[in-house]
Design a protein around this ligand. Structure first.
Ligand code: SAH
Length: 348
C-alpha cells in the first residue's frame, strides 16, 4: 500500500495519468485529502466509483486514530496519543496561545539520539514517520478540536533532520496553498544538531524558524548529555548555524534546558554568551522538565533569572519558555512513543 496523503500534486497527476484518468482528478483528489481532509475514499463523492475502487486496492490514506486524549486542568493543553496504521503509537500536543493554536508534532516513532534528559528515546527507535503521518497529526487534532491550528512546532518525538526527506515533503504539503495553506513563517523545526541536515535545510531557504537544541556552553558538558555532540561537536554546529543565518536571513533560536548543577552556573552563561557572540540568534531557556526514568532537577527560579541576566548583560537575547501541560506530561522532553505514564490527574 502507498500513502496518498504523502504524495505531492505532480505525483498525483502522474498517478492519475497512469490510471487513465484526467489530470483534473489529481486536483480533486488533492483537495479531498488536504482541504476537506477526508479519511476515506468513499467520502470523495466527485470521483468516479471506478476510480475510488482502483485507489482502494493499492493506496491508503495515513491516519492518526485517537487512542487517548488528555486535557491539562491548568492551561487547556491537549495531549494526544495517536495510533498509526501499523499500530505504532506517537504523541502530539496542542497548545492554546493568545494568537491561536499551536501543534507540536512528532517526526519519528521513538528517537535514536539518546539525549540523557529526554523521554523520547527511552523506548528506542522504531521507524521514521511518513509525510502523511506527520500531516495526519495536524489534520486529526484540528478536526477533533474543531479549530484552525495556525502554528506548528516540530518538537515532538523524534529528530526531524534524521528523517529529512519526509519532513521536507511534510513542510511542502502543509504549506501548499491548495491544501492546509499553513504559513511557513508559523513553523518551527527543532534539531539536536545534525550538521549535514542543517546545511541541507539551508539550501531550501525556507521561511521557517530553525531551533537548535544546545543545552550546554561547551563540548565537555554537551557530549555528556547529548551523544550527538560526539559526532558533530559545538564548533562545527555553530559554524553551520552561522552559515544558516547568513544564507536564509533567519534568526536561529537556541534551546537551553536548565539542569541544576549541570549547565546552569554563571560561568556556563558567560561561556554561552561568548560562543554566541555576534550571531543572529535568540536563546530560549527551558526549566528542565521531569522525566521519571531520569533524576535531573530543574534550576530554581532565582538561578534561571540570574542565568538570563548574565546573557543579557552580554547582549544575548533570551527568554524563558513557559511550561505548559505539566500535569499531563505534555511538556518539552516528556513526549514518548506509546503511552506515557503519570497521567492519572488529568481529564480524559
Ligand atoms: N529532536 C529534536 C526535536 C525535539 S524538540 C531536538 O532535539 O531538538 C524538544 C525540545 O525539548 C528539544 O530542545 C529538547 O532538547 C528539549 N528537551 C528534551 N528533554 C527535555 C526536558 N526533560 N526538559 C526540557 N526540555 C527538554
Amino acid at each position: 500500500m502507498t500513502d496518498l496523503l504523502s504524495m505531492t500534486k505532480p505525483e498525483l497527476e502522474t498517478l492519475m495519468e497512469q490510471l487513465g484518468e484526467k489530470r483534473f482528478a489529481a486536483s480533486q483528489l488533492f483537495s479531498w485529502l488536504h482541504k476537506q481532509r477526508v479519511t476515506s475514499f468513499d467520502e470523495m463523492t466527485n470521483l468516479s466509483k471506478a476510480l475510488r475502487e482502483k485507489l482502494k486496492k493499492n493506496y491508503n490514506i495515513s491516519t492518526c486514530t485517537i487512542a487517548k486524549k488528555l486535557v491539562s486542568v491548568y492551561d487547556e493543553t491537549v495531549k494526544y496519543l495517536f495510533t498509526l496504521p501499523d499500530g505504532e503509537q506517537i504523541e502530539s500536543v496542542v497548545m492554546k496561545y493568545k494568537y491561536g493554536y499551536t501543534i507540536c508534532v512528532s517526526s519519528q516513532v521513538g528517537c535514536k539520539m539518546g539525549c540523557t534528559f529526554c523521554a523520547s528515546g527511552i523506548a528506542g527507535f522504531v521507524r521514521h514517520l511518513l509525510p502523511g503521518e506527520i500531516l495526519a497529526q495536524v489534520y486529526t487534532a484540528a478536526r477533533d478540536l474543531d479549530v484552525r491550528i495556525s502554528h506548528i512546532v516540530m518538537m515532538g518525538v523524534g529528530e526531524p533532520l534524521d528523517n529529512f526527506d519526509n519532513v521536507l515533503r511534510f513542510l511542502q504539503l502543509v504549506t501548499n496553498e491548495n491544501g492546509y495553506d499553513m504559513s511557513m513563517r508559523n513553523i518551527s523545526l527543532s534539531t539536536c544538531g545534525i550538521v549535514p541536515g542543517i546545511y541541507r535545510l539551508m539550501e531550501e531557504k525556507l521561511q521557517l524558524t530553525l531551533s537548535v537544541s544546545l543545552h550546554a556552553p561547551n563540548d565537555t558538558i554537551r557530549s555528556r548529555t547529548m551523544p550527538v555532540n560526539r559526532r558533530y561537536p559545538m564548533e562545527e554546529l555553530l559554524k553551520a548555524c552561522r552559515a544558516y543565518t547568513k544564507t536564509t536571513g533567519r534568526r536561529i533560536s537556541f534551546e537551553y534546558a536548565l539542569i541544576a548543577g549541570v549547565n546552569d552556573s554563571d560561568a556556563c552563561a558567560s561561556e554561552l554568551a561568548q560562543r554566541l557572540h555576534g550571531m543572529l540568534c535568540h536563546v530560549n531557556l527551558i526549566p528542565v522538565n521531569s522525566v521519571k526514568e531520569r533524576d535531573y532537577t530543574r534550576s530554581d527560579t532565582a538561578r534561571i533569572k540570574q542565568f538570563m541576566h548574565v546573557l543579557e548583560t552580554r547582549h544575548i537575547n533570551a527568554t524563558v519558555r513557559r511550561t505548559l501541560g505539566s500535569d499531563i506530561n505534555a511538556s518539552c522532553g516528556q513526549l514518548r512513543r506509546g503511552e506515557g505514564p503519570g497521567t492519572e490527574k488529568s481529564n480524559e
